[in-house]
Design a protein around this ligand. Structure first.
Ligand code: 3PG
Length: 400
């Protein structure tokens, strides 16, 4: 895989596929981590005299322009972080994009509007994706893949476009791969994995794989209730993927057979209602034992005893990978579980990797110092699929 250093970029139009898919509240960016992560590659290219065309997706619009998913706020923030103006094209391959790119001098940068405003970007049809990639290719001379968070997507700008232009990996992708290799090759033991987030179905592949690799798997978040159910416990009104219960039961059986320790919540914070994330009105949760949640209650965070157990289980590890929050951390009454896991990673002597859009955002939103962790990945699904050992389209496309 070539890097930027292998390209002659001066005077060239360089298309940088970044992942600027940041959380927004209206037009306010609530976590700019992915924009900051994109800056080093862009700066390096600008310093070397390239005309830089940055492109990304944001959210999941339906293949047509949708103002809720405009990258305009991202263009403003990118300009602040770069300390120079970012020309914003209000489309991706049409008049505005062409004129904006034509207007770039060496060392200047533009951001295109959301790639997913075009159906061709995410199309399952190779010809439709290819046709969109052809139009993107016409804008540039060189391609730099640096959107690590999107490399698991077989999308036009990620997979088809590099085949049409001389290409290389950007510094962010190179750095992410260096770290993630430490979790797949010669991992230092004990190796613990903390998995959270809403749905167990999003994590099946990685759990399957980790049963062969990890020494200890700690489960939190909404997915924990499917595990508790598989152990025969009542989970009340908590999030439950009933159809996954047999799959999870099989994982628990395999883990026992292989000597992998599964650690599940012993208590939870619960309430009758899901909290109001807009007003953040007090939710007054109660602490309940995780093995008997009544029908009129739902678990929304791990409880205080579980926080202690998880911290102890992470204290004597050599490597920790964490993906997914432990509860509804966006509400202050349900943030303590996620906060405790973040703190346990910081306190542990282990090499710690925080993977995932949500857990990475949680760490920053809860005010932790990013440098206290070994690495905070910009990839959620991408880092999980990498750990599963899958071939990721956006990485395969960057091979020589
Ligand atoms: C992410 O947030 O994981 C990436 O930006 C990919 O987004 P997607 O899941 O909408 O493809």
């Amino acid at each position: 895989m070539k890097t930027i250093d292998d390209l002659q970029v001066s005077g060239q139009r360089v298309f940088v596929r970044a992942d600027l898919n940041v959380p927004l509240d209206g037009e306010t960016i609530t976590d700019d981590g992915r924009i900051r992560a994109a800056v080093p590659t862009i700066t390096k290219l600008l310093d070397r005299g390239a005309k830089v065309i940055v492109a990304s997706h944001l959210g999941r619009p339906k293949g047509a322009p949708d103002p809720r998913y405009s990258l305009a706020p991202v263009a403003r923030r990118l300009g602040e972080l770069l300390g120079k103006p970012v020309a914003f094209a209000t489309d991706t391959v049409d008049d505005s994009a062409r004129a904006t790119v034509e207007g770039l001098a060496d060392g200047q940068v533009a951001l295109l509007e959301n790639l997913r405003f075009n159906a061709g970007e995410t199309s399952k049809d190779d010809a439709e994706r290819g046709a969109f990639a052809d139009r993107l290719a016409a804008l540039a001379d060189l391609y730099v893949g640096d959107g690590f968070g999107a490399v698991h997507r077989k999308h036009a700008s990620v997979y088809d476009l590099p085949a049409r232009l001389p290409h290389a990996a950007g510094d962010l992708i190179a750095a992410e791969l260096t770290v993630l290799k430490q979790l797949t090759e010669d991992v230092k033991r004990p190796y613990a994995v903390v998995l959270g987030g809403a749905k167990v179905s999003d994590k099946l592949g990685v759990i399957d794989h980790l049963l062969e690799k990890a020494d200890r798997i700690l489960i939190g978040g909404g997915m924990a209730y499917t595990f508790l159910k598989a152990q025969g416990h009542e989970v009340g009104g908590s999030l439950l993927q009933e159809d996954q219960v047999p799959v999870v039961r099989e994982y628990l059986r395999r883990a026992e057979e292989r000597g992998v320790e599964f650690v599940l919540p012993v208590d939870v914070l619960a309430a009758a209602e899901f909290p109001d994330l807009k007003t953040k009105a007090p939710a007054n949760p109660e602490v309940l034992s995780a093995d008997a949640i009544p029908a009129d209650r739902q678990g929304l965070d791990i409880g205080p005893e579980t926080r202690k157990v998880y911290a102890a289980k992470l204290a004597d590890t050599a490597t920790v990978f964490w993906n997914g929050p432990m509860g509804v951390f966006e509400h202050p009454d349900y943030a303590d579980g996620t906060r405790a896991v973040a703190q346990a990673l910081i306190d542990s002597p282990a090499f710690t990797v925080v993977g995932g859009g949500d857990s990475a955002a949680a760490v920053r939103i809860l005010g932790f110092d990013e440098s206290a962790f070994g690495h905070i990945s910009t990839g959620g699904g991408a880092s999980l699929e990498y750990l599963e050992g899958k071939t990721l389209p956006g990485l395969a496309a960057l091979e020589d």
